[in-house]
Design a protein around this ligand. Structure first.
Ligand code: HEC
Length: 140
């Protein structure tokens, strides 16, 4: 292996530097840009478990008639966009818990874990980076 950095390595370093900067810029939102199913599960356990059955082995008491996460994940016509729109602007009786974009993507990743192959392709076909928030220009 030559010690000289190859182009792909440089790109990785540049990318890492950009990521490091953008995470500082977004420090109020504490995100680490890639959607993460485990984090989605943790968010769901915090915010959704009072109404939804969120995992197979959940023993939480939930109101009757609320769809389970498994049901949501395996719904025939389900898409990531549909879930995003439900979570961005929920209708009653779904409360608006004001999730951040990355929390929504995390939850979609978690739903993918509950999605059976027969239900169709994964909701997140490939882990995609969530674009960081654009910098707001300083007021002049
Ligand atoms: C207060 C109870 C309550 C809480 C808390 C709640 N939900 Fe819901 N949710 C509902 C009910 C009831 C429905 C069904 C609404 C309907 O049928 O119109 C629903 C529907 C949904 C749907 C749409 C399912 C579909 O395919 O149509 C999604 C997605 C969803 N919830 C996700 C979440 C997530 C994620 C959280 C936590 C961040 C959450 N919900 C928290 C009660 C709740």
């Amino acid at each position: 292996m030559p010690t000289r950095l190859t182009k792909p390595h440089c790109a990785t370093i540049v990318l890492a530097a950009i990521c490091a900067c953008s995470s500082v810029a977004m420090s109020d939102e504490k995100v680490d840009v890639l959607p993460d199913a485990a984090r989605g599960q943790a968010t769901a356990e915090r915010l959704c478990i009072s109404c939804h059955v969120i995992s197979e082995d959940s023993t939480a008491e939930v109101p009757a008639g609320v769809p389970t996460f498994k049901g949501i994940a395996n719904k025939q016509t389900q898409t990531a966009d549909r879930i995003r729109s439900v979570l961005i602007a929920p209708h009653a009786p779904m409360p608006d818990v004001r999730l951040t974009r990355i929390e929504i993507e995390d939850i979609i990743s978690y739903l993918d874990r509950l999605r059976a192959p027969e239900a169709g392709p994964p909701l997140h076909p490939k882990k995609k980076k969530v674009a960081p928030k654009p910098e707001r220009p300083e007021p002049t």
